[in-house]
Ligand binder design. Structure first.
Ligand SMILES: [Zn+2]
Length: 328
């Protein structure tokens, strides 16, 4: 069959996802791989119902993430990078159980533990660190802020990036985070705002790197952002909340969608300021090549160009000539 479609030979990266050990995780990563995904940043999470209350609990949690990463590497071709830290919201349940001082000490010890795994090369970044994204009592927020500063110091000492979990940031709170990073001499680009849900212009985010949620509208809006920025699903395979988050295969699907648009002159174009001849596919160099290199010092590669027609179409979105099982 004659083929006029564009080659897409960039890696396809999901910068933030959570998975639980088990067959479902493998199935999800295989779907991501079949859709064309190449690299996944796997962030730790609480795997039990109750948050950790001892350093041993955190060790179990981090080792669970590391073992899961090994399994996924062995069973798929997807490059898996692990991100580890005690989740900042854990403090909210630890303080009433342990008391303020011991809860903060536990967070610091867990940061040190995560740091050891990073130093050994088993994980790549410290995350999620930050503060609860919902209102909490002042003493809890102050404890979270002190823990955040400790996290930034740990990242500075390790020379690694930090992935921030916070409320939605405004230009003012981007500045607040920037001050914290500069206060401990952490390179500002290496501070990543995870779960960015709106495009904050580059001159209003004080040098931080946003990791944008890969919703369709947001992807369109980010394409004119000069970067660095990432795309993420924040996938969470929580059986009690099916469909609550973006599926793990979302980012490769977005790439296929942009490929299809690139071939369709009547398709909507990215919105915002800038030239109309902007090439969305070239823009994807930012989240898939440039940002991994600038922020993580990683050079990512895709070994085989994406086969846009070899996959079934995204539900409700036409992929030209797409047919399940079509020959490559
Ligand atoms: Zn997350």
């Amino acid at each position: 069959m004659e083929s006029t479609e564009r080659r897409f030979d960039l890696p396809i990266v999901d910068h933030h996802a959570h998975l639980r050990p088990g067959p479902h995780a493998k199935e999800e990563v295989r779907k991501f791989e079949r859709m064309g995904g190449t690299h996944l940043f796997l962030t730790t999470q609480n795997y039990r119902e109750d948050p950790p209350v001892t350093l041993e609990d955190y060790r179990d949690q981090f080792l669970t993430t590391l073992r899961l990463a090994d399994t996924l590497r062995a069973e798929t071709t997807v490059g898996i990078y692990v991100v580890l830290a005690p989740f900042p919201v854990d403090l909210v349940s630890q303080v009433p159980l342990l008391g303020l001082g011991p809860a903060e000490a536990l967070q610091r010890d867990a940061l040190r533990l995560a740091g050891n795994f990073i130093r050994e090369g088993k994980a790549l970044a410290l995350g999620e660190v930050g503060r609860p994204h919902f209102p909490v009592e002042p003493h809890l927020m102050e404890a979270a802020q002190r823990t955040l500063v400790a996290a930034l110091e740990t990242a500075r000492d390790l020379g690694c990036p930090v992935v921030l979990h916070t409320e939605d940031l405004t230009p003012a709170t981007y500045q607040e985070m920037g001050r914290l990073a500069r206060g401990v001499s952490l390179p500002i680009e290496r501070m990543i705002k995870h779960y960015a849900r709106q495009v904050t212009p580059v001159d209003q985010r004080d040098g931080l790197t946003p990791s944008y949620l890969a919703k369709r509208d947001l992807v369109m809006g980010t394409l004119r952002d000069p970067g660095p920025w990432f795309l993420e699903t924040d996938y969470l395979d929580d059986p009690t909340r099916p469909g609550a988050v973006l599926p793990l295969e979302t980012i490769p699907r977005r790439v296929r969608w942009l490929l299809q648009m690139a071939e369709d002159p009547g398709a909507p174009r990215p919105t915002g300021a800038g030239p109309d001849d902007l090439d969305p596919l070239q823009c994807l160099r930012i989240p898939f090549l440039d940002a991994p290199e600038r922020v993580y010092h990683l050079r990512l590669e895709r070994h085989h160009p994406l086969e846009p027609h070899a996959m079934p179409p995204s539900p409700g979105h036409r992929l030209r000539d797409a047919a399940p099982g079509a020959p490559p």
